[in-house]
Design a protein around this ligand. Structure first.
Ligand SMILES: Cc1ncc(COP(=O)(O)O)c(C=O)c1O
Length: 217
């Protein structure tokens, strides 16, 4: 029988219990074009930058949605990938309790963020050909393993991971699988963003604005 994956069961309890913060922009949504929110430090003089930014960044998400082929509700914008990686730790990993899996040699920031968030790191070295060792990764994980980081193309080895190995890990790993595609624009591989709907435990991080600047989709 196929396993039912419940993402909410992996989220930290205090995060699951949060009520979304509501700003003045949310509360007066239909009138905001004409209103000036002095209590949000808006400036009544139209300088082009005098309004509080949309907390949901809807217009830029709509633009990105068309370019990337990903629906707006599946997009989270951050101040670079590192901020989003930190948010993923904070959403899923209970400090001093949970662990994450990284595959050295790989991007060093996963370990820095783990240390910042008081999360253990289980290292499972890549194979001699710099590919993930699927069986060893699953054997090393336990019920406190919340995130598996797959950096593809990998920093510093530059190769992409085999799609079949990534797919096996997406199916077998019981936590969240983060595919870090910071360098996807230098590769001929297709982004795993196109397969988000297939895997409920998949998160893909990308450096969107760098890729727009390079003129690539
Ligand atoms: C693999 C990888 N992921 C993420 C990042 C962070 O990217 P950003 O500058 O968007 O935070 C880097 C930066 O070196 C990286 O090498």
């Amino acid at each position: 029988m196929e396993k039912i994956f419940n993402l909410n069961a992996l989220v930290r309890k205090n995060i699951n219990a949060l009520k979304p913060y509501s700003s003045a922009r949310d509360e007066y949504n239909s009138e905001t074009q004409d209103m000036v929110f002095l209590d949000a430090n808006e400036n009544p003089f139209n300088t082009g930058m005098n309004r509080y930014p949309d907390p949901h960044q809807l217009k830029v998400k709509q633009l990105l949605s068309k370019i990337k082929g990903i629906s707006t509700e599946n997009i989270l914008l951050g101040n670079g990938s590192d901020e989003v990686l930190d948010l993923i730790f904070r959403a899923f990993c209970e400090p001093n309790e949970d662990n994450v899996i990284t595959l050295p040699p790989t991007y060093g920031m996963y370990e820095v963020l783990a240390n910042t968030n008081a999360i253990d790191v289980i290292n499972v070295a890549l194979s001699n050909g710099f590919q993930p060792k699927v069986d060893a990764i699953i054997a090393a994980s336990n019920n406190k393993s919340k995130i598996l980081f797959l950096c593809s193309p990998n920093n510093p080895t530059a190769n992409s991971f085999d799609a079949s190995k990534i797919e096996s890990l997406l199916k077998a790993f019981e936590g969240v699988v983060v595919i870090d595609e910071a360098y996807i624009d230098f590769s001929n591989e297709e982004s795993w963003g196109s397969r988000l709907h297939e895997f409920p435990n998949l998160v893909v991080t990308r450096d969107t604005f760098k890729s727009i600047r390079f003129g690539r989709n």
